[in-house]
Each structure stands twice: as structure tokens, then as C-alpha cells.
Design a protein around this ligand. Structure first.
Ligand code: HQG
Length: 185
């Protein structure tokens, strides 16, 4: 396996453990989703999925979306967002910009226009300030489409917005009255 493949597969394994199934290697996430790095590495080794400290650090540093964070002392690690297990990331409500974007697939639009954007398996609906990011997030699901969200108006109407350490905007749900389909190129 090339170095890059190894980094990608390790990143996927860490996402799985730190967001969705810590029990896969016998771990429980602590407050804020943090786990001890030494415990994580020991558990992965026991589960026959060894990761070296060097590789772990490389994954954290090179992640295109800054998926993971190490504590200042380097003893703890967590996923910055995207969890399905119930954890409190300890984020404070923040005022969003006027508009944010959500990239999705065209096949979801009918359902979205009925129910609005729902968080599905995650803790929150994910929004971004970047059209490029929205497009690439949408492409993961199929024919991409971008919804423009009236985020500031939602906030003024009382919805809480949070921003994860890697800049993703998080919100409970987005009602259809706050969304507009952007013109297709
Ligand atoms: C859609 C990546 C039907 C929603 C990215 C999305 C992101 C509905 C899908 C992060 C719906 C859920 C999150 C409704 C929403 N009916 N479909 N009412 N409401 N949907 O993967 O936003 O690579 O859970 O539009 O950078 O695509 O994981 O969410 O298409 O920040 O680090 O249901 O994942 O980061 O899909 O992506 P996801 P997402 P990572």
C-alpha cells in the first residue's frame, strides 16, 4: 500500500472509531469526544488494526478537512465534527453569516422540499460558507445541487448555529422557507 493510501485508510478508520463506533476497538469516547492517544493506539493494536503514533500525527496534520484535533499537550485526540454517537462537542452558539450553503444530491430534493434539511444520522445538518465545499459534499451523494440557506434570518428567528473547530457550520434543521435552490450551471 502506498503512503497516501495508508493515510487515507487510517483516516477512515479513525473517523469510524472517533465518530461512529468506538466500541469497534473497545473504546468509549470521553467528554467532548476526546480519547487518550496512547489508549487509542493500544486498543487498535489489540484489535489487529495497528496505527503508529507517527502515522496518526500524519493523518491529523494532512487531513484536507481537518477532521481530527489533538489536544495542546498531544495526549488526547477527537474528531472535530460528524459524530453519530451522542457527545457534546462543547461548542458555543455563534452568529452565522448572511448566507450559507448545503450541497446535496438532486435525488434528495423532493424529500428535502417536504421535510426541510434533516440531520439524518449525524448530530447536525452541515452547512458551509464555501460554494466549492458545498459542491464537493453534494458530489459524494450523486448529481450535486446546492441549496442557499438564509442563515442570518434563521438565527434572527431563534435558531442556534454552531461552528466546529474545522469551520463547518452546524444547525439542528433547516426549514424549507429558508432555502433556495441555486441555479444550475
Ligand atoms: C440529505 C463531510 C432526504 C443531505 C462533509 C445529505 C460534510 C436529506 C444526506 C459532512 C434530507 C446526509 C456532512 C431530507 C438532508 N430528505 N435527504 N429531509 N435532509 N438530506 O453525509 O451534509 O468527509 O450525513 O442533503 O464535508 O452530505 O465526513 O451529510 O445529502 O461536512 O469529514 O441527507 O461530511 O465531511 O448525508 O455531509 P451526510 P452531508 P467528512
Amino acid at each position: 500500500m502506498g503512503t497516501n493510501n495508508k493515510v487515507v485508510s487510517t483516516s477512515k478508520l479513525l473517523s469510524l472509531i472517533l465518530r461512529h463506533e468506538p466500541q469497534l476497538v473497545g473504546l468509549t469516547l470521553g467528554d467532548g469526544g476526546w480519547v487518550r492517544v496512547d489508549e487509542l493506539l493500544a486498543r487498535c493494536e489489540q484489535a489487529n488494526k495497528p496505527i503508529s503514533l507517527e502515522l496518526l500525527k500524519e493523518v491529523v496534520e494532512t487531513s484536507d478537512k481537518k477532521r481530527f484535533a489533538l489536544s495542546d499537550d498531544g495526549l488526547f485526540i477527537r474528531a472535530n465534527q460528524g459524530h453519530s454517537v451522542e457527545i457534546d462537542l462543547g461548542l458555543s452558539p455563534t452568529t452565522p453569516p448572511q448566507k450559507l450553503y448545503h450541497g446535496t444530491a438532486s435525488r434528495f430534493l423532493d424529500a428535502i422540499w417536504v421535510k426541510g434539511l434533516q440531520r439524518q444520522a449525524r448530530h447536525h445538518v452541515h452547512l458551509t460558507a464555501s460554494l466549492d465545499v458545498a459542491l464537493s459534499v453534494g458530489q459524494r451523494h450523486g448529481q450535486p445541487v446546492i441549496l442557499e440557506v438564509d442563515s442570518l434570518q434563521m438565527h434572527l428567528d431563534g435558531q442556534q448555529f454552531f461552528q466546529s473547530d474545522n469551520g463547518v457550520w452546524l444547525v439542528e434543521t433547516v426549514g424549507t422557507q429558508y432555502m433556495r435552490l441555486m441555479r444550475q450551471e
